[in-house]
Ligand binder design. Structure first.
Ligand code: AAT
Length: 292
């Protein structure tokens, strides 16, 4: 059982905690990789917690899943082969499925129990698995990418947990090198990049690694997710050299994709204007990230 101390003293955000009222514990268990908890909250719907850290809630998952998916996919003309790293809940799959140009969606999630638990308690996310283009691979993404053919993917989305526990290797240079190898020329990566309020050093390190590894373009974007530490989350958008990519303005706007926002399946957060706005950085962030 995760102790109270663990909640208040996470080394990633010492001395801080955000609370949600628990109505009912729906699931508690332990996989070989992490502790898994699902509870019903009084104001954010169901909540998924891994090792004491909130991963998603029914209410605000749209901000995260829509941004992490459409920032990269709307930045390239016609994405065909897409890979998701982590993301076992299925929410990113649901978002990728809006793109009619996509032919294959590979997902590599390390933890089968996350998948099973989300199928039971987060049907609006796990619906993503129902798309026939999805191919599920259960395993460590480090191995999956090492064995992946060169130049296979148009886009890779790294939807993984914080870099403590099973996601540790996913912020290190060799992992980014295998991603670059697996991308087509002009292919893009969207990687989760923590909070600008809490982790500028980590962001600087990831930026430095990505600038060495991806010669096309590297940009930082951010959005609001109230249940993530400090209420915001960042994304690193990287392009492999070969074909110019301009992340700042969507070349493949979601509003023009046939059926992407059809009745009953409307987007809740993302649009082309918020895409452009996501790259506008506060002055202190601009200073800290550019002076690096
Ligand atoms: N869409 C929900 C957001 C997440 S979930 C992150 C997922 O990444 C988890 O299901 C976890 O099991 C998986 N994962 C972790 N390490 C690996 C690995 N090495 N290979 C494959 N999958 C992995 C992220 C929320 C971020 C929270 C921000 N504070």
């Amino acid at each position: 059982k995760t102790s109270k101390m663990q909640y208040y003293n996470n080394p990633m955000w010492p001395g801080e905690a955000h609370s949600l009222k628990v109505e009912k514990i729906l699931y508690q268990g332990k996989s070989p990789y992490q502790e898994i908890l699902v509870f019903e909250s009084s104001t954010y719907g169901n909540v998924l917690v891994l090792d004491g850290i909130v991963q998603l809630t029914d209410k605000d998952e749209c901000a995260y899943q829509e941004m992490v998916t459409h920032l990269p996919l709307c930045s390239i003309p016609s994405p065909k082969n897409v890979l998701v790293v982590g993301g076992g809940d299925g929410g990113v799959l649901r978002e990728i499925a809006r793109h009619d140009s996509v032919e294959t969606i590979d997902i590599c999630e390390i933890d089968q129990l996350v998948i099973d638990v989300c199928k039971e308690f987060f049907p609006n996310l796990s619906i993503g698995y129902k798309d026939p283009r999805v191919r599920l691979h259960v395993g460590d993404a480090v191995d999956f990418l090492r064995n992946s053919p060169e130049g296979k993917y148009d886009a890779i989305i790294v939807d993984s947990s914080d870099p403590i526990g099973p996601a540790q290797a996913l912020v290190e240079k060799p992992f980014f090198q295998t991603i670059a190898r697996a991308l087509k020329s002009g292919g893009v990566l969207c990687n989760l990049a923590e909070s600008m309020w809490l982790h500028t050093h980590l962001i600087q390190d990831m930026l430095a690694i990505c600038r060495q590894t991806f010669k096309g373009a590297v940009h930082y974007a951010w959005t609001s997710v109230p249940t993530y530490p400090s209420g915001v989350i960042g994304f690193l958008l990287c392009a492999k050299e070969g074909r110019p990519v301009n992340f700042l303005t969507p070349v493949n706007p979601i509003e023009k994709i046939q059926g992407a926002t059809k009745a009953g399946k409307e987007l809740r957060f993302y649009n082309s204007e918020i895409h452009r706005a996501a790259f506008v950085l506060p002055t202190f962030v601009r200073r800290e990230l550019e002076s690096y």
